[in-house]
Write a protein that binds this ligand. Sequence first.
Ligand code: NAP
Length: 293
Amino acid sequence: MKLIDGKEISQQIREEIKEEVAKIIDSGERPPHLAAVLVGEDPASETYINNKAKACKKVGIESSTYKMKDDVTEEELLEAINFINNDKDIDGVIVQLPLPSHIDDYKVIQSIDPAKDVDGFHPVSVGRMSIGLPAYVSATPMGILQMIERSNIETLGKNCVVLGRSNIVGRPVSILMGRNGYPGNATVTVCHSKTKNLKQITSNADILIVAIGKPEFVDGDMVKEGAVVIDVGIHRIPSKEKKSGFKLMGDVKFDEVGKKAGYITPVPGGVGPMTIASLLMNTLKAAKKEIYP
Ligand code: NAP
């Protein structure tokens, strides 16, 4: 079994981005610039935004955070996004989700200029990705593809089973694995909560991507010998053994499945670290106008 090390791969990507950003600056241009919009004071959201800002700084990308109060109106938030859309010195914008319940997440996402939609959640980005046009791909599916590509895993003609059909992971990754390209050209089956004979389907998978949101759901019996297993799940489980009081686990029983798999991603240290690296990649693409020349 080979471990797909998300920490190491994401570090490689960050180094490459740092070099590219340095070249941009050396050529006399301003650094890429990511704007983040944060509504309210949810500590988890603040941590995510701070981590994204720190990651930007480390590779030379400029970042700014637009903090808005919990009781901001939808109209005020849309105005702020419009302001960022029109700021020529900002290349990419992300809105930290979830938003307070009086604000319609999708209305806000749709107000982002698709050319600056580095989170890849705008319906235009999703549509472009779906029909094979250059597009911002959202962080988790892009991170998964990078792991597959950088581990030189063959995907052409393989049976790929995706467990889960969410808009942020399962659905986009299933479209990408089935597209005509690399990684891609796999024969993809998407499973969800209404799928019958799940074990029969998963145990036929050459590549099994699990984004189901259930701790250790996938066991050794559900996996074919030699399969590539990508575990997207992440759960904080209370644990007396850990100083922190909890341990992290995925949607896959790592010890059992690891014995059968050809490749497997660990949790933590697998898909998780790839997401910020993917956001940095998209911000660089935005600055270089790769998607919308
Ligand atoms: P989600 O929106 O809850 O979707 C879960 C999917 O799994 C749904 O499509 C659901 O089917 C399906 N499902 C649930 N129970 C099932 C069952 N018993 N059999 C078959 N399918 C079943 O989850 P998500 O947002 O995609 O996230 C999935 C996991 O990945 C979570 O643990 C999340 O924390 C983690 N995650 C990690 C990262 C990262 O950076 N590592 C990023 C995003 C998410 P229905 O559609 O029929 O309900």
